[in-house]
Design a protein around this ligand. Structure first.
Ligand SMILES: [Zn+2]
Length: 140
């Protein structure tokens, strides 16, 4: 005897089973992959992170520039933190904010640096650590 779709009937137990099936499945999945829920929660907004990081870097370097004649150590600390933030969130420090020594991270100060022009290059020597930075002059 053939059973068509209209003729087929479901018992109440079958219907209840059908309703519970997806829930049970979800529960099992959560048990197998306990981190699955957390991964969704911890999804990082990298674009937003970088915007915040850049604003903080700008603020820290501004602070370092302000206090470099009063507290040179503290201004170095500001630059160090700014650089750490830049590395962690992979943000490039803007060129106009990069007026500190690459090696010792002290901000450039007229009495702790030497600037000379030699062979079409600006040679900046840091007198704290002796690091030499050479910036080529643009032609024309
Ligand atoms: Zn230096």
């Amino acid at each position: 005897m053939m059973v068509t779709a209209e003729q087929q009937t479901y018992s109440s137990v079958q219907i209840i089973w059908f309703f519970f099936l997806p829930n049970l499945f979800a529960f099992n999945r959560a048990n197998i992959y306990p981190q699955a829920k957390f991964r969704v929660m911890l999804k990082r907004e990298k674009k937003l992170e970088r915007e915040i990081a850049l604003s903080r870097i700008e603020k820290l370097i501004e602070m370092a520039e302000k206090m470099k004649f009063e507290d040179y150590e503290l201004s170095k600390r500001c630059v160090t933190i700014a650089r750490k933030i830049a590395m962690k969130y992979r943000v490039r420090i803007p060129k106009e904010l990069r007026n500190f020594c690459k090696k010792c991270l002290y901000p450039y100060r007229h009495d702790r640096m030497r600037v000379r022009v030699r062979k079409n290059r600006v040679v900046i020597t840091c007198l704290n650590c002796g690091y030499v930075k050479r910036v080529p002059l643009k032609k024309g």
